[in-house]
Write a protein that binds this ligand. Sequence first.
Ligand SMILES: NC(=O)c1ccc[n+]([C@@H]2O[C@H](COP(=O)([O-])OP(=O)(O)OC[C@H]3O[C@@H](n4cnc5c(N)ncnc54)[C@H](O)[C@@H]3O)[C@@H](O)[C@H]2O)c1
Ligand SMILES: [Zn+2]
Ligand SMILES: [Zn+2]
Length: 372
Amino acid sequence: MNTSDRPGQLVTGVIARAKDAPVELATIHVPDPGPGEAVVRVQACGVCHTDLHYVQGGIGDDFPYLLGHEAAGIVEAVGDGVTDVAPGDYVILNWRAVCGECRACKRGRPWYCFNTHNATQKMTLEDGTELSPALGIGAFIEKTLVAAGQCTKVDPAARPAAAGLLGCGVMAGLGAAINTGAVTRGDSVAVIGCGGVGAAAIAGARLAGASKVIAVDLDDRKLEGARELGATHTVNSSEQDPVEAIQGLTDGNGADVVVEAVGRPETYRQAFYARDLAGTVVLVGVPTPEMQLELPLADVFGRGGALKSSWYGDCLPSRDFPMLIDLYLQGRLPLDAFVTEEIGIGDIDAAFTKMHSGDVLRSVVVMAGESA
Ligand SMILES: NC(=O)c1ccc[n+]([C@@H]2O[C@H](COP(=O)([O-])OP(=O)(O)OC[C@H]3O[C@@H](n4cnc5c(N)ncnc54)[C@H](O)[C@@H]3O)[C@@H](O)[C@H]2O)c1
Ligand SMILES: [Zn+2]
Ligand SMILES: [Zn+2]
């Protein structure tokens, strides 16, 4: 069925048509919202590593993908039965629209929700080809269709280019420290990998009152950025052994919490040995399917503590987004420091290149006619 037969509107968005092909601008049909759905006018959307993973075929083969998922915007219309948000609301989009009914939700742990909601209807190309929206969002587009639960209302005083970043990588890093790692005042914390996610874990550790925050990366530019976000010490692990360096900075003991924000076996091993006895390792970096980890089981037992993984920073958007935006507006959470550059919707391939070379924490697409 082509688009002229269906209620909705035609807008411009960015798609990945096939594996490793350059991304392209396309005309996309966005249906009017059905029951439980909302159409959101996107104001800004960050470029995340996960978007590139989609392009590279690393997440699935459901091409064409509608890219983009770290976004803020204004609700334009809602479908039947939607009461939590209304047209005109300023929202951050999330990829954990809590269902309230799965076994995680029923056990009172909705941040793990195993059945998160997305829009039921599909956005399509003009010829009717259905699109797969990145992380169930798809926000490099003028307007997107999502489940209403994917819209979290926040204070409109927060500028979209900064606020949208809470929708994915920055929340993942903040939450890895604050929620999963349960960092508290006086803790020593080490963060391995200081890209957007690791840098956010550093900001989170500082916010939670960590007394020592040790940043580890191979790239001095990232270590400099980490210092600005609150790292008290930096370690370039291409020049010195990071386990020894972290132990040396913690009276020989290791850190209370080590956040691994790279997603590789060698950095996980560093995290495992760089923490104090009974300390916590948080894995927030995402490994690829072929990676394997081997550790002496005697050390897994003998060193005790907790080995945890952090999905989306174990966040509960309705609890965490408004609170973190309030802290941002009070000057206590430097979200602006994550916005390295603002770009147009046509500049996404160039942003992938800059991300790959380590030149940016985040490039953020600001939609034409919107203020950032
Ligand atoms: N768990 C989640 O919910 C979630 C959400 C978003 C992103 N992520 C993942 O978090 C990871 C980091 O994302 P990002 O956006 O910060 O990526 P990024 O590419 O911006 O940052 C990665 C950083 O790690 C550093 N690095 C690479 N190899 C290293 C090594 N051997 N030792 C020390 N540092 C090293 C790089 O120099 C870079 O600064 C990715 O795996 C991403 O997929 C996880
Ligand atoms: Zn659920
Ligand atoms: Zn992301």
